[in-house]
Ligand binder design. Sequence first.
Ligand code: UD1
Length: 358
Amino acid sequence: MFKIHTVVGARPQFIKAAVVSRELLTVGTVEESIIHTGQHYDQNMSEVFFDELSIPKPKYNLEIGGKSHGKMTGDMMTALEELWMKEKPNLILVYGDTNSTLAGALAAAKMHIPVVHVEAGLRSFNKKMPEEVNRILTDHVSELLLCPTPRAKELLESEGISGEKVVHSGDVMYDAVLFYKDKALNLDWQLEGLNRNFVLCTLHRAENTDSEERMTDILSAIGDLGEQVVLPLHPRTKKLLELYNLTLPANVITTEPLSYLKMIKLLSDCSFVITDSGGLQKESYFMGKYCITVRDETEWVELTENNVNFLVGSNKEKILEAVNEIGAAKGLPILGHYGDGSAGKSIVNNLVRMFINE
Ligand code: UD1
């Protein structure tokens, strides 16, 4: 059997891996094992996704979470190296841009095990973001790079990564929305306290949460919205709000982090989205909703260029201006940048073509 080890650790990676794992089951000669680094460890940041999305349970959990970036990445690499000396996988699959992605890619590259990167070629051009460093380094040690958009492929080519190892596969998160949408919309679940139109908001990026000023500005804008705002709280955000002693505006309903299906359901029901998440910017679009991104740059420029996503930083006036623009907008255009929902298939076909050759 051809042994694939998939390294995941953070919330969005569980969703992306679900799409590819399902496709891998159709290749008879492959044995996939999921390695959970433990980066996200709370039940509602991790386990719930495995249950809800029917992802194969991790064969190993390295239980390395809640540490500084260097320690987390280093400890993961040490543990992965030990594991791979024993298990001798033929190929390592990594997703996105987290510390788990980089640890998996570097540990594998140093052991001369081919690395395949799903969601390759994204750039924010801000190297202060840990995610930007993680993506650049991962791309440069990967032997197959699967790009969600044509632009991602071009960006890789501009960095000298080209040839048959760079493939535009489409976006696995689009596949995921198409696959799980009906199930999400049929969920028998209602958020307590939600009784009218609402805005869906998430905040967790270090660039916002680590700045009391930015958090204050964003919350102040949110407080001025005429609608309720649903804010599922990432543990990092919760901790820092307490540290800064910030009171949330009266129109905000907070919840624990929510499962994927609950988020898709809220996306379907909300007026629009305010977020600093990468994934949610696209999921908003896939679910037909405008998005205001409270960051200074975005990797998903197709959305900002087509005015379905408004990139506004943390400035209160700009956030409220974007809210007005959304109010006046006529409806979202149809964009074809993220593929046709067959990214998972394309990824597996390319794995077979380049490495497995049944
Ligand atoms: C990570 C990724 C980010 C991704 C996000 C998705 C990196 C550098 N960042 O950010 O790209 O968008 O995941 O959510 O890898 N914590 C808990 N419980 C948990 C998980 C985390 O309390 O289940 C705490 C940690 O101890 C830490 C903080 O939250 O203090 C941040 O967690 P961390 O894994 O460092 O990064 P994220 O902000 O989640």
